[in-house]
Design a protein around this ligand. Sequence first.
Ligand code: GCB
Length: 596
Amino acid sequence: MMLAIAGVMGAQAQEVPQVTNVMNREAVSLNGEWHYIVDVQEEGYYDYRMKFTPWGFFHNAKPQRPEDLIEYDFDAAPTMQVPGDWNTQDDKLFFYEGTVWFQRSFNIASNGQSRRVLLYFGAVNYDCRVWVNGREAGHHVGGFTPFNFDVTDLLHEGKNFVIVKVDNKRSASAVPTQIFDWWNYGGITRDVMLVNVAPTYIEDYSIGLDKAAKGKKRFINVRLNLNRKEAGREVTLSIPELKLKQTFTTDAEGCVSTQLATQSSKLSLWSPETPRRYRVELTLDGETISDSIGFRTIETRGKQILLNGQPVFLKGVCLHEEKANGGGRATSAEDARTLLSWAKELGCNFVRLAHYPHNEYMVREAERMGIMVWSEIPCYWTINWKSEDTYQNAQRQLTDMIRRDKNRANVVIWSIANETPHSAERDAFLGRLARYARTQDTTRLISMAMEVTGASNYVNRLQDNMHELVDVVSFNQYVGWYRDVNDAPKMRWEIPYDKPVIVSEFGGGAKYGLHGAKNQRWTEEFQENLYRENLAMLDKIDGLSGTTPWILKDFRSPRRVLTGIQDYYNMKGLLSDKGEKKKAWYVLKEWYEGKE
Ligand code: GCB
């Protein structure tokens, strides 16, 4: 497919706010084979004095005369699939953390229409710089959220090329930081596209059900903004199945903020049992964006979580964004369906997408399948709480996660952190983040995975200053793995907060097919017994409103080095990496079958 543009040569590219619902916009995919060059010392970016080199690889230079010296050649370099991680596509890159350059070309046709082109990346891990036709398009930091640059003015008719420098080195002030228990898959790990928009377009919108009902009426809140502050532009919103169609005029900020009324009796709410979504259309200047939107409410009352006003138990499981069979990062709707079907088979109505925002397919497929979602940013373990840059990085990731998924009815919890060590600086950082999250979205619950402290041997106390700022108190605990399983029946839980409780992790490792006594670590029987003891123990927690055991399937981690058992896999999966069911799977499934 060719794309129509009319750029102004000489102008610059710029990063523009993430365009909402990219999957349903006019776009050309740049997925496929990209050339790559591994650049251990960043030769393509720095000269021999470690200064930026204007002769960098982003020029995609070719020798013009026989004597010309150019020591790289993208056309001769190997290719790999985008989206995809480099670790599983090239054996030499399995453990690699550093810089890799990517390049591909594409064609553009100009029909003289004045359109804009946004170069969109679903995610690149971790730090990336982008050039189009040798000119800088932008820089982005953060491995799990989308970003886009307006590159219109860098394009020309005919053949164009894009170059991306990706660096996934870990660092102390990054989010996540140097240590984390999952594979640091590098590369352009999500879809890349050229999005074709009008000069003025609907940039972002939030459409969702208001909590309050009046008599027999329900209200749908709508807020949208254009990319420009243009007043007086007409936007038509229609939900044909509800027979709603109305035209609104933008204000001086280029925004519309309104409410549509509908009869309660006509509206089927989204729930795991009936994951009903409605087609919603937004039209500006004859151009329509459509979306499938579910309507629901999620709230807490005392120690209960209420979905559509009714108490709900979140029968969940944690998962990483990783394909089965050692396949690396999950990248497609099909990958999402495989993982989520397993969760469904286990009896789940909920998943915790650990420990970073997963790709959009995962969230949308879960919504379609009736699975609620906990979505999290990678504020994991040791964060540099004192750094303003680190805070801004975390806030940006939170903003972009919320922006992308705020129209998904199944997302019920935003999580701002996992297992962070207590300190005044941490409280300040996370407190600021929690307050900020509420300015971005008031229609979901906020939580974070906390830790319990043993006040005495068998009393586990949840004491965390962040309790006031979250809606749901969640914590991870590993009785039976990092602590003796025989302690489980003696455990008492003190959770002095009048809020719902989610046990956001528990579990232990087992190698599929390894059998033995229930006290023999790594056997399926050990894990099975651990689950039995844990579930009996957790049932005694007052206010328990959900559980997300660790974890659906074994996943890669460089921290798990035990030869013959782990071989760089965290073995706490209920399924092996291939999807084979361990004995504990059946224990949890049975427990979930017994929950309302
Ligand atoms: C945790 C972490 C999780 C680890 C898990 C483990 O508490 O939150 O990321 O993978 O424990 O296996 O130790």
